[in-house]
Design a protein around this ligand. Structure first.
Ligand SMILES: [Zn+2]
Length: 278
Protein backbone atom coordinates (compact mmCIF):
# COMPACT_ATOMS: atom_id res chain seq x y z
CA UNK A 1 0.00 0.00 0.00
CA UNK A 2 2.93 2.31 0.61
CA UNK A 3 3.50 2.53 -3.16
CA UNK A 4 0.06 3.89 -3.97
CA UNK A 5 0.93 7.44 -2.87
CA UNK A 6 3.70 8.19 -5.37
CA UNK A 7 1.87 6.37 -8.18
CA UNK A 8 -1.25 8.48 -7.70
CA UNK A 9 0.80 11.65 -7.54
CA UNK A 10 2.48 10.80 -10.84
CA UNK A 11 -0.93 10.06 -12.33
CA UNK A 12 -2.24 13.49 -11.34
CA UNK A 13 0.89 15.17 -12.59
CA UNK A 14 0.71 13.40 -15.95
CA UNK A 15 -2.97 14.30 -16.29
CA UNK A 16 -2.19 17.94 -15.62
CA UNK A 17 0.60 18.04 -18.18
CA UNK A 18 -1.62 16.41 -20.79
CA UNK A 19 -4.49 18.79 -20.26
CA UNK A 20 -2.29 21.88 -20.50
CA UNK A 21 -0.44 20.59 -23.56
CA UNK A 22 -3.43 19.44 -25.60
CA UNK A 23 -4.74 22.84 -26.85
CA UNK A 24 -1.24 23.97 -27.77
CA UNK A 25 -0.61 20.78 -29.78
CA UNK A 26 -3.82 21.22 -31.72
CA UNK A 27 -3.12 24.87 -32.44
CA UNK A 28 0.23 24.57 -34.20
CA UNK A 29 1.52 21.00 -34.59
CA UNK A 30 -1.44 19.42 -36.37
CA UNK A 31 -1.42 19.18 -40.14
CA UNK A 32 -3.92 21.10 -42.26
CA UNK A 33 -7.25 19.41 -42.88
CA UNK A 34 -7.18 16.95 -45.75
CA UNK A 35 -9.53 14.67 -47.65
CA UNK A 36 -9.46 10.92 -48.11
CA UNK A 37 -11.58 9.07 -50.65
CA UNK A 38 -12.38 5.44 -50.03
CA UNK A 39 -13.41 3.03 -52.78
CA UNK A 40 -14.99 -0.13 -51.47
CA UNK A 41 -14.73 -3.19 -53.68
CA UNK A 42 -16.69 -6.44 -53.62
CA UNK A 43 -19.52 -6.39 -51.10
CA UNK A 44 -17.82 -4.08 -48.57
CA UNK A 45 -20.40 -1.35 -49.23
CA UNK A 46 -22.73 -3.58 -47.19
CA UNK A 47 -21.19 -1.77 -44.19
CA UNK A 48 -21.79 1.79 -45.39
CA UNK A 49 -24.54 3.71 -43.73
CA UNK A 50 -27.61 3.98 -45.90
CA UNK A 51 -27.48 7.17 -47.94
CA UNK A 52 -23.74 6.86 -48.62
CA UNK A 53 -22.87 6.75 -52.29
CA UNK A 54 -22.56 3.15 -53.38
CA UNK A 55 -18.99 1.88 -53.13
CA UNK A 56 -17.38 5.28 -52.55
CA UNK A 57 -17.10 7.59 -49.57
CA UNK A 58 -15.21 10.77 -48.67
CA UNK A 59 -13.89 11.86 -45.30
CA UNK A 60 -12.25 15.08 -44.09
CA UNK A 61 -9.55 14.60 -41.48
CA UNK A 62 -7.81 17.13 -39.28
CA UNK A 63 -4.96 15.05 -37.95
CA UNK A 64 -2.73 12.09 -38.68
CA UNK A 65 -4.94 8.97 -38.48
CA UNK A 66 -4.24 5.27 -38.92
CA UNK A 67 -5.85 3.79 -41.99
CA UNK A 68 -7.60 1.27 -39.69
CA UNK A 69 -9.35 4.10 -37.83
CA UNK A 70 -10.33 5.76 -41.10
CA UNK A 71 -11.82 2.51 -42.41
CA UNK A 72 -13.73 1.74 -39.20
CA UNK A 73 -15.07 5.31 -38.92
CA UNK A 74 -16.88 4.52 -42.19
CA UNK A 75 -18.49 1.44 -40.61
CA UNK A 76 -16.27 -1.28 -42.12
CA UNK A 77 -14.79 -3.64 -39.47
CA UNK A 78 -11.08 -4.34 -40.03
CA UNK A 79 -11.44 -8.18 -40.22
CA UNK A 80 -13.51 -7.66 -43.38
CA UNK A 81 -10.66 -5.93 -45.24
CA UNK A 82 -8.10 -8.14 -46.94
CA UNK A 83 -6.17 -5.58 -48.98
CA UNK A 84 -5.68 -1.83 -48.54
CA UNK A 85 -4.17 0.30 -51.28
CA UNK A 86 -3.28 3.89 -50.42
CA UNK A 87 -2.52 5.84 -53.59
CA UNK A 88 -1.91 2.49 -55.28
CA UNK A 89 0.46 1.10 -52.65
CA UNK A 90 -0.42 -1.86 -50.41
CA UNK A 91 -0.28 -0.95 -46.69
CA UNK A 92 -1.21 -2.55 -43.37
CA UNK A 93 -3.75 -1.34 -40.79
CA UNK A 94 -1.21 0.78 -38.87
CA UNK A 95 -0.30 2.92 -41.86
CA UNK A 96 -0.72 6.60 -40.98
CA UNK A 97 -2.67 8.88 -43.30
CA UNK A 98 -1.29 12.43 -43.15
CA UNK A 99 -2.59 14.05 -46.34
CA UNK A 100 -5.03 13.71 -49.25
CA UNK A 101 -5.28 10.06 -50.22
CA UNK A 102 -7.18 7.59 -52.39
CA UNK A 103 -7.85 4.46 -50.38
CA UNK A 104 -9.04 1.26 -52.02
CA UNK A 105 -10.42 -1.56 -49.90
CA UNK A 106 -10.86 -5.16 -50.99
CA UNK A 107 -12.63 -7.93 -49.07
CA UNK A 108 -11.37 -11.52 -48.91
CA UNK A 109 -11.95 -13.42 -52.13
CA UNK A 110 -11.77 -10.55 -54.60
CA UNK A 111 -9.57 -11.67 -57.42
CA UNK A 112 -6.77 -9.21 -57.93
CA UNK A 113 -3.68 -11.07 -59.12
CA UNK A 114 -1.26 -8.51 -57.67
CA UNK A 115 -0.45 -7.92 -54.01
CA UNK A 116 -0.73 -11.59 -53.01
CA UNK A 117 1.90 -11.05 -50.31
CA UNK A 118 0.12 -8.04 -48.82
CA UNK A 119 -3.16 -9.78 -47.96
CA UNK A 120 -4.22 -8.96 -44.42
CA UNK A 121 -6.62 -11.78 -43.54
CA UNK A 122 -6.17 -15.47 -42.79
CA UNK A 123 -8.24 -17.79 -44.96
CA UNK A 124 -7.26 -21.11 -43.43
CA UNK A 125 -9.26 -20.91 -40.21
CA UNK A 126 -11.71 -23.75 -39.56
CA UNK A 127 -12.48 -23.12 -35.87
CA UNK A 128 -14.99 -20.46 -34.93
CA UNK A 129 -16.86 -18.83 -32.09
CA UNK A 130 -20.37 -17.66 -33.00
CA UNK A 131 -22.31 -15.00 -31.12
CA UNK A 132 -25.61 -15.79 -29.41
CA UNK A 133 -27.77 -14.63 -32.35
CA UNK A 134 -26.26 -17.13 -34.79
CA UNK A 135 -27.56 -20.39 -33.27
CA UNK A 136 -28.81 -21.94 -36.52
CA UNK A 137 -25.62 -21.03 -38.36
CA UNK A 138 -23.59 -22.65 -35.55
CA UNK A 139 -25.74 -25.79 -35.78
CA UNK A 140 -25.37 -25.95 -39.57
CA UNK A 141 -21.61 -25.59 -39.39
CA UNK A 142 -21.37 -28.29 -36.71
CA UNK A 143 -23.49 -30.60 -38.89
CA UNK A 144 -20.95 -30.00 -41.63
CA UNK A 145 -18.18 -31.05 -39.25
CA UNK A 146 -16.76 -27.69 -38.13
CA UNK A 147 -15.66 -26.84 -34.63
CA UNK A 148 -17.99 -24.03 -33.46
CA UNK A 149 -17.92 -22.67 -29.92
CA UNK A 150 -21.45 -21.42 -29.23
CA UNK A 151 -23.22 -20.38 -26.07
CA UNK A 152 -26.49 -18.47 -26.51
CA UNK A 153 -25.89 -16.72 -23.18
CA UNK A 154 -22.29 -15.61 -23.88
CA UNK A 155 -21.57 -11.92 -23.44
CA UNK A 156 -19.27 -9.97 -25.74
CA UNK A 157 -16.23 -10.20 -23.49
CA UNK A 158 -16.70 -13.98 -23.14
CA UNK A 159 -16.83 -14.35 -26.92
CA UNK A 160 -13.59 -12.39 -27.25
CA UNK A 161 -11.93 -14.46 -24.51
CA UNK A 162 -12.85 -17.77 -26.19
CA UNK A 163 -11.80 -16.38 -29.57
CA UNK A 164 -8.37 -15.40 -28.28
CA UNK A 165 -7.70 -18.33 -25.95
CA UNK A 166 -8.74 -20.99 -28.47
CA UNK A 167 -7.51 -19.20 -31.58
CA UNK A 168 -10.95 -19.09 -33.21
CA UNK A 169 -12.40 -16.74 -35.81
CA UNK A 170 -15.33 -14.64 -34.60
CA UNK A 171 -18.69 -14.89 -36.37
CA UNK A 172 -21.03 -12.05 -35.49
CA UNK A 173 -23.43 -9.59 -37.09
CA UNK A 174 -22.45 -7.03 -34.45
CA UNK A 175 -20.00 -4.90 -36.43
CA UNK A 176 -18.94 -2.94 -33.32
CA UNK A 177 -17.80 -6.21 -31.74
CA UNK A 178 -15.96 -7.16 -34.92
CA UNK A 179 -14.12 -3.81 -34.75
CA UNK A 180 -12.66 -4.65 -31.33
CA UNK A 181 -8.87 -4.34 -31.45
CA UNK A 182 -8.27 -7.94 -30.25
CA UNK A 183 -10.19 -9.44 -33.20
CA UNK A 184 -7.74 -10.73 -35.78
CA UNK A 185 -10.00 -12.96 -37.84
CA UNK A 186 -13.75 -12.67 -38.09
CA UNK A 187 -16.72 -12.34 -40.38
CA UNK A 188 -20.08 -10.62 -40.37
CA UNK A 189 -22.68 -12.73 -42.21
CA UNK A 190 -24.52 -10.46 -44.64
CA UNK A 191 -27.69 -12.54 -44.93
CA UNK A 192 -30.21 -13.01 -42.14
CA UNK A 193 -31.00 -16.50 -43.43
CA UNK A 194 -28.98 -19.23 -41.69
CA UNK A 195 -28.48 -21.43 -44.77
CA UNK A 196 -27.25 -18.44 -46.78
CA UNK A 197 -24.99 -17.46 -43.87
CA UNK A 198 -23.57 -20.99 -43.92
CA UNK A 199 -22.73 -20.65 -47.62
CA UNK A 200 -21.12 -17.26 -46.93
CA UNK A 201 -18.89 -18.65 -44.16
CA UNK A 202 -17.83 -21.65 -46.27
CA UNK A 203 -16.87 -19.30 -49.11
CA UNK A 204 -15.17 -16.69 -46.92
CA UNK A 205 -12.94 -19.25 -45.21
CA UNK A 206 -12.53 -21.55 -48.21
CA UNK A 207 -14.02 -24.54 -46.37
CA UNK A 208 -15.66 -26.42 -49.21
CA UNK A 209 -12.95 -29.10 -49.34
CA UNK A 210 -13.03 -29.55 -45.55
CA UNK A 211 -16.71 -30.48 -45.18
CA UNK A 212 -17.19 -33.60 -43.06
CA UNK A 213 -20.96 -33.91 -42.54
CA UNK A 214 -22.27 -35.86 -39.54
CA UNK A 215 -18.93 -36.18 -37.76
CA UNK A 216 -19.66 -33.68 -34.97
CA UNK A 217 -22.43 -33.33 -32.41
CA UNK A 218 -24.58 -30.32 -33.28
CA UNK A 219 -25.67 -30.04 -29.64
CA UNK A 220 -22.32 -29.88 -27.86
CA UNK A 221 -19.69 -29.61 -30.64
CA UNK A 222 -17.74 -32.76 -29.63
CA UNK A 223 -16.67 -35.24 -32.35
CA UNK A 224 -18.83 -38.31 -33.03
CA UNK A 225 -17.44 -41.81 -32.81
CA UNK A 226 -18.67 -44.92 -34.62
CA UNK A 227 -20.07 -47.48 -32.19
CA UNK A 228 -21.40 -51.00 -32.67
CA UNK A 229 -25.12 -51.61 -32.34
CA UNK A 230 -24.46 -53.84 -29.33
CA UNK A 231 -22.84 -50.98 -27.44
CA UNK A 232 -25.93 -48.75 -27.68
CA UNK A 233 -28.68 -51.37 -27.98
CA UNK A 234 -30.22 -50.78 -24.57
CA UNK A 235 -30.71 -47.07 -25.30
CA UNK A 236 -32.57 -47.58 -28.62
CA UNK A 237 -36.30 -47.44 -29.24
CA UNK A 238 -37.83 -50.77 -30.41
CA UNK A 239 -38.25 -49.71 -34.07
CA UNK A 240 -34.77 -48.19 -34.25
CA UNK A 241 -33.40 -51.53 -33.00
CA UNK A 242 -35.11 -53.26 -35.92
CA UNK A 243 -34.40 -50.91 -38.80
CA UNK A 244 -30.90 -49.47 -38.21
CA UNK A 245 -27.47 -51.04 -38.00
CA UNK A 246 -25.01 -48.13 -37.97
CA UNK A 247 -24.64 -45.74 -35.08
CA UNK A 248 -22.45 -42.92 -33.89
CA UNK A 249 -22.11 -41.62 -30.36
CA UNK A 250 -21.06 -38.16 -29.25
CA UNK A 251 -17.78 -38.28 -27.33
CA UNK A 252 -18.98 -35.28 -25.30
CA UNK A 253 -22.65 -35.59 -24.31
CA UNK A 254 -23.27 -39.25 -25.28
CA UNK A 255 -26.08 -38.47 -27.75
CA UNK A 256 -26.61 -41.36 -30.20
CA UNK A 257 -27.02 -40.65 -33.91
CA UNK A 258 -28.28 -42.86 -36.73
CA UNK A 259 -29.50 -42.30 -40.28
CA UNK A 260 -33.23 -42.06 -39.50
CA UNK A 261 -35.93 -40.16 -41.41
CA UNK A 262 -34.77 -36.86 -39.94
CA UNK A 263 -31.32 -37.62 -41.30
CA UNK A 264 -32.36 -37.69 -44.97
CA UNK A 265 -34.07 -34.29 -44.61
CA UNK A 266 -30.91 -32.87 -43.10
CA UNK A 267 -28.79 -34.48 -45.77
CA UNK A 268 -30.87 -32.83 -48.51
CA UNK A 269 -30.49 -29.47 -46.81
CA UNK A 270 -26.74 -29.86 -46.48
CA UNK A 271 -26.45 -30.97 -50.11
CA UNK A 272 -28.25 -27.80 -51.14
CA UNK A 273 -25.84 -25.71 -49.07
CA UNK A 274 -22.91 -27.55 -50.62
CA UNK A 275 -24.25 -26.99 -54.16
CA UNK A 276 -24.68 -23.26 -53.46
CA UNK A 277 -21.06 -23.02 -52.27
CA UNK A 278 -19.59 -24.37 -55.49
ZN1 LIG B 1 -22.71 -33.99 -27.92
Amino acid sequence: MSLSGPADSWGDHAQLRLSTLTPKRESWIDVNPFTVRLDLHGDLDFFLRSGARRGSIERSLGEKTSVKDVIESCGVPHPEVDLILVNGQAVDFDYAITGDADIELYPVGTTTPQFKEQRLQATTTNRFVADGHLGTLARNLRLLGFDIAYDPQAEDRQLLTVMKRENRALLTRDRRLLMHAVVKTGYCPRSQNADEQTVEVIRRFDLLRSLAPFTRCFRCNAPLQKVSKAEVLERLEPLTKIYYEQFRRCTGCGQIYWAGSHFSKLQKRLEKIRANCA
